[in-house]
Design a protein around this ligand. Structure first.
Ligand SMILES: Cc1cc2nc3c(=O)[nH]c(=O)nc-3n(C[C@H](O)[C@H](O)[C@H](O)COP(=O)(O)OP(=O)(O)OC[C@H]3O[C@@H](n4cnc5c(N)ncnc54)[C@H](O)[C@@H]3O)c2cc1C
Length: 377
């Protein structure tokens, strides 16, 4: 016998934990199912920190969503009494005619996002520990910073449960059957039918929604923690996050949280992953050199050899933009996928949007640009 719930959320990582919370907040009968534990390290939402910023060089269409995301992260902090967001600021450096710096200025022009332009001479004083490549422009966004990624997931889940949501952990969804009139899922433990379904299965989305043939590519990404040689990157000394648009690729990182190591990574590149469940988490010889070369060129106060690493996955779409949509066969099924390595800062608002779509079929937030339709034109 299947048991029935009104709302079912599949996958409780960054997006699913937030969707569960937003449904529970509306007093709805909701169940969430997750194949691993709370804030686990086998998907895309782990590794201490995630950058959050509003000068969104990827596309200005994201800025209204970010304005709401900021409000919702703030609300969650108030509700839980926890610090989730550290507004330490973000330095961005790159060629003035590159997509990144041009995109930062576009956000400033179109939405009035507060951004300071910093001369190369001033940058040396403002950001000790960084060597700015010749000809680069530097900007600083004071309202940007980072989110404590695992704490965000955990807090959304805890708050959802306090509001009455049910959660099943360590339970893998084996089958998802969606037709015009019904929704049913199977795990090894249970069969559940639902009136409405939200699918937020991250790197596993192509499997859970195979019938949609979503154009998703999962890539393996490595995060590094490198030892500090000079104490010039410390959060408690007012240092912020950073993003460099280098000729070799895009590199980013965070202030040192403990004074001993700095976390950093390359945003570009990554190898395709066949099976997300069995992604190789060991360190390959080829993983380190690109980030080491970036450290040698730009961060003289850091050792180029990492002392720790973590493996995470990006789920990329062909245009790098998210997919947030309703299932064409059953409009009571909604999904968010393909967050393309820049989705976490939006988790608060994507959860709200998915809940809106599941409950009322519509949202007041401008998400047309994220529709899956764009791939069928
Ligand atoms: C290295 C790295 C750095 C990043 N940096 C940033 C950044 O600085 N700023 C930013 O905004 N974003 C960043 N991102 C992107 C961001 O973290 C992701 O876009 C976001 O976490 C994706 O969330 P998700 O909910 O889609 O996936 P996940 O958090 O992985 O959640 C999917 C969940 O579904 C579960 N699941 C899947 N299949 C099943 C099944 N069959 N049964 C049960 N459960 C299932 C999984 O176990 C998982 O918990 C980064 C990502 C990585 C990997």
């Amino acid at each position: 016998m299947a048991h029935h719930v009104d709302y079912l959320v599949l996958g409780l990582g960054g997006m699913g934990s937030s969707a569960l919370y937003h449904l529970a907040k509306r007093g709805l009968n909701v169940l969430g199912i997750e194949q691993f534990g709370v804030a686990h390290d086998r998907g895309s939402s782990h590794g201490e920190t995630r950058i959050i910023r509003k000068a969104y060089f990827e596309h200005p269409n994201y800025i209204p969503l970010l304005q709401r995301a900021y409000e919702l992260w703030h609300d969650l902090e108030q509700l839980s009494g926890r610090t989730l967001f550290n507004r330490c600021g973000l330095m961005v450096a790159g060629p003035p005619d590159g997509a990144v710096i041009r995109g930062v200025h576009l956000a400033e022009e179109l939405y009035g996002v507060a951004v300071e332009s910093i001369s190369a001479v001033d940058a040396v004083e403002r950001f000790p520990g960084f060597r700015i490549p010749d000809g680069f422009e530097v900007t600083y966004e004071p309202e940007a910073g980072f989110l404590h990624v695992e704490k965000c997931v955990q807090t959304h889940l805890e708050q959802a449960q306090e509001l009455g949501a049910s959660v099943c952990l360590n339970e893998q969804i084996r089958e998802v059957n969606i037709n015009h009139e019904s929704i049913e899922i199977k795990t090894d433990q249970q069969r559940v039918t639902a009136s409405s379904l939200i699918v937020t299965t991250g790197a596993w989305s192509s499997r859970c929604l195979s019938e949609l043939e979503l154009p998703l590519e999962v890539v393996r990404k490595v995060l590094f923690w490198n030892p500090v040689r000079e104490p010039v990157y410390n959060l408690d000394a007012g240092r912020g996050s950073f993003f460099f648009d280098m000729p070799a690729g895009e590199f980013y990182g965070f202030p040192s949280l403990d004074g001993a190591v700095v976390k950093l990574a390359e945003h570009t590149g990554g190898e395709a992953v066949g099976d997300p469940t069995h992604v190789d988490r060991s360190l390959h010889d080829t993983d380190v050199p690109r980030v080491s070369r970036f450290v040698e060129a730009v961060m003289p106060g850091l050792s180029p050899q990492p002392v720790r690493h973590a493996v995470c996955m990006y789920t990329r779409t062909p245009d790098g933009h998210f997919i947030v949509d309703r299932h064409p066969v059953n409009q009571r099924v909604v999904y968010g996928a393909g967050f393309s390595g820049h989705g976490f800062k939006f988790a608060s608002v994507i959860g709200e949007i998915l809940a809106d779509l599941a409950v009322t079929g519509a949202t007041s937030l401008p998400i047309e640009f994220l529709s899956a339709q764009r791939f069928s034109n």
